[in-house]
Write a protein that binds this ligand. Structure first.
Ligand SMILES: Cc1ncc(COP(=O)(O)O)c(C=O)c1O
Length: 411
């Protein structure tokens, strides 16, 4: 049998995350110490009351409504409106198995072309490719905080011409760790050309300026928001996310629902009940503590890495930093990450996985290789943990950072 696979699927390559994880596992097996700076997972436990609610609902076994439990959608809408000043109702929300699936059904339903700024999360471009939507990249720079300027966006829109356009933005950003500072200007251009924005706000509550910022405040009628309990609540493996669609795009949402109903049917029942608690309970204390830990650890890594050989912007939110290694020795960021892993045991992801040209020596560093449960138990709400606490509760991050810093001195 020949040609069993569609052309657009053939173009998909195995994700860089998987490759680095496989290689790390092999090295661990051979006895090498690995610093897992390639993972994008919350190190913190799910808050106890939410776990308890899950246990209490473990016997719930019926299929639930495809769009999600009405009580859950109402809780999500209220929670999101509090954060963003929008007026979503439960009818504007679609509950999905993780926000990744929400984005996927959006891409499948969407007829048009997609603009992605570098740096972009690893799955945006492949999802667009699977759905046969053409991707256009905007190259961003460290000087512009790794987000596109409004002029760059306008130029790109003009080059695409008269088509439906979807711009995907993610702030705080994976992988750059940056928070967008020019939402207003970007929104003005989006409005002018009536393009759609998908705002991926999965790290929204982990912004180190302690303010939830959403581009939807400037362009509510054209902004679709997605998020989930994976990052702020530490529940990535529970697989619950959502997409919120403005009322004027109700037809688009109903088509996404149609795609979802033919694929995942509905999200696991016990998880939906537990998520009602996650979205309606008060978890301010947990969020402040986890955010303070992430902020301190991120700053520790930043302060100990930045040098003439490593260019890096300070952490602004989420779990990540994006160090750039100044050198001429490597052909690609994949080669660079391979060498770093072999020589130091530090696992990083190459910038090429996030849309950057492979010759740019950019990497994604996740500073979550610590026991979040222990760290959290030993942190008080309103204090930023100092270096002594970081050294005690995040020893792998400290050691890996030192190794990386030493390694970079020989570049
Ligand atoms: C930027 C970003 N968006 C979306 C996702 C998808 O997360 P989930 O499907 O768990 O909601 C991730 C996960 O790593 C992410 O980093």
């Amino acid at each position: 049998m020949k040609d069993l696979v569609k052309k657009n699927i053939l173009d998909l390559v195995p994700s860089a995350t998987l490759a680095i994880n496989e290689k790390s596992k092999e090295l661990v097996k051979s006895g090498k110490k690995i610093y897992h700076f390639g993972f994008g997972q919350s190190p913190f436990p799910v808050p106890e009351k939410i776990v308890l609610t899950l246990k209490e609902n473990a016997k719930k076994k019926a299929y639930l409504p495809m769009q999600g439990l009405p009580e859950l959608r109402a809780a999500i809408a209220k929670h999101l409106n509090n954060l963003t000043n929008n007026n979503f109702s439960k009818d504007d929300i679609l509950v999905t198995p993780g926000s990744k699936e929400a984005m996927y059904v959006m891409h499948v339903a969407f007829k048009g072309e997609v603009i992605l700024p570098t740096s972009s999360w690893v799955s945006y471009a492949p999802q667009a490719t699977i759905a046969n939507n053409k991707v256009h990249w905007i190259n961003t720079s460290r000087e512009n905080n790794w987000f596109p300027t409004s002029e760059e966006l306008e130029k790109k829109i003009k080059s695409i011409g008269n088509k439906n356009i979807l711009l995907i933005l993610n702030s705080p950003n994976n992988p750059s760790g940056a928070v967008c500072k020019n939402f207003k200007e970007i929104a003005e251009v989006a409005k002018k050309y009536k393009i759609l924005i998908h705002s991926d706000e999965i790290y929204g509550q982990l912004s180190f300026c302690n303010k939830y910022e959403s581009i939807s405040s400037f362009y509510p009628e054209g902004t679709i928001i997605s998020s989930s309990i994976s990052k702020w609540c530490g529940a990535g493996g529970w697989r619950l996310g959502f997409i919120a669609v403005p009322k004027n795009l109700r037809n688009f949402l109903s088509r996404m629902k149609a795609v979802g109903s033919e694929t995942f049917s509905s999200v696991s029942s016990p998880i939906q009940y537990a998520a009602i608690e996650a979205y309606s309970g008060d978890y301010t204390d947990y969020i402040i503590k986890t955010r303070n830990i992430l902020k301190s650890v991120g700053n520790y890594v930043y302060n100990n890495l930045k040098s003439n050989n490593i260019l890096i912007n300070p952490p602004q939110g989420g779990f990540y930093l994006m160090p750039e290694f100044v050198n001429s020795k490597f052909k690609s960021s994949i080669d660079l990450c391979d060498s770093i892993l072999n020589e130091t045991g530090v696992a990083l992801l190459p910038g090429s996985a996030f849309g950057f040209d492979k010759t740019k020596m950019l990497t994604r560093l996740s500073y979550t290789d610590f026991d979040g449960d222990e760290f959290l138990k030993n942190t008080s709400s309103y204090e930023l943990p100092g270096n002594d606490i970081i050294e005690k509760y995040a020893p792998n991050v400290v050691e890996g950072t030192n190794k990386l810093s030493e390694w970079s001195k020989n570049l």
